[in-house]
Design a protein around this ligand. Structure first.
Ligand SMILES: [Zn+2]
Length: 313
């Protein structure tokens, strides 16, 4: 038995397999990513809490002698155990290593892969059908989000994808849908492009803001950043039902229906969330990057097919 194994046994530390499972569940709670296990990182203590480790177990130090270099390296037994668990998960392709994640997000974090996500759901007794709805990043989806946010826009961009399948979607297009959501809300810094609302729940996992399709999914709108806009739930609804549209110059146009809107409707406290859009100078907040802005063809489609149509009825 190695010195490390002896120490683990002596200190009654949890088995590596149990730590692997705890790590996967913890990744799920943190939106798919956790920081490297450096000294002082909250995640190190958080997983120790899962096992109710004592101060002694948390502080136990492993001394390794490097004879050739004639030096002794000390490391926390718990950090090492955690690292070894993550390393095993990485070898099994259930998580990506901080170095690989860094390539995508510029953050040194362990990140779930799609198979790691499946495994974490299984361990947490969450039905696989919930997968698409959960705000979890995965290595594959993050890659897609990066590519959605950075691919060059084709000339004469068509926001409609004629072959888009709506009823039974392929795995690939489901992943792209998740990548679309990440790319869009990040481009708008998690803020509603109309009212600027930015808020996350107390666990800060799922931002309130949504990635709205300008040409909607049911009309086969593409999952591209140029066909997307970040909107709070209220403005997402108001946009989809045609209360307002986005003009070519990114100003808003409010529906004429506002003239017959009863005074007690569309008001939240003192905030007139519909009438506030009446000022023709009101526009949307755009992403800093010009190549991420909504495409003209997409906003024109909305003007013609959602906004004007509602007025004809
Ligand atoms: Zn809003």
């Amino acid at each position: 038995m190695s010195y490390e194994s002896k120490m683990l046994e002596q200190m009654a530390m949890p088995t590596r397999e149990r730590v692997e499972h705890a790590l996967l569940r913890s990744l799920l709670r943190h939106g798919g990513v956790v920081a490297e296990f450096n000294e002082g990182e909250a995640i190190v203590g958080e997983i120790a809490d899962v096992f109710g480790l004592t101060e002694g177990q948390r502080a136990a130090v492993l001394k390794r002698v490097y004879r050739k270099e004639n030096r002794i390296v000390e490391s926390r037994l718990w950090h090492r155990l955690l690292f070894r668990a993550a390393d095993t998960l990485a070898r099994e392709k259930l998580v990506s290593r901080p170095k690989a994640t860094f390539e995508l997000t510029r953050k040194k974090e362990w990140m779930l892969t799609e198979s790691g996500f499946d495994e974490a759901l299984r361990l947490s007794d969450i039905p696989a059908a919930k997968k698409e709805l959960l705000p979890i990043r995965s290595f594959e989806v993050q890659k897609l989000a990066n590519s959605i946010a950075s691919s060059p826009k084709p000339e004469n961009y068509d926001p409609i994808e004629p072959g888009k399948r709506l009823a039974k979607r392929e795995v690939e297009s489901v992943l792209r849908g998740r990548g679309f959501r990440i790319a869009v809300v990040e481009a708008y810094h998690f803020k509603c492009a109309v009212c600027g609302l930015k808020i996350a729940p107390p666990d800060s996992l799922l931002w309130e803001v949504e990635a709205a399709h300008i040409v909607p999914n049911h009309a086969k709108g593409r999952d591209d950043i140029w066909n997307g806009i970040a909107l709070c739930r209220l403005h997402h609804w108001a946009f989809d039902v045609g209360w307002f549209t986005i003009l070519d110059n990114y100003k808003l146009q409010l529906s004429g229906g506002v003239s017959s809107l009863p005074p007690d409707e569309g008001v939240m406290g003192g905030y007139e969330f519909i009438r506030a859009l009446a000022d023709p100078a009101t526009g949307i907040s755009l992403p800093e990057r010009e190549d991420c802005r909504p495409d003209r063809a997409a906003v024109r489609w909305h003007q013609e097919n959602v906004f004007k149509r509602k007025h004809l009825i």
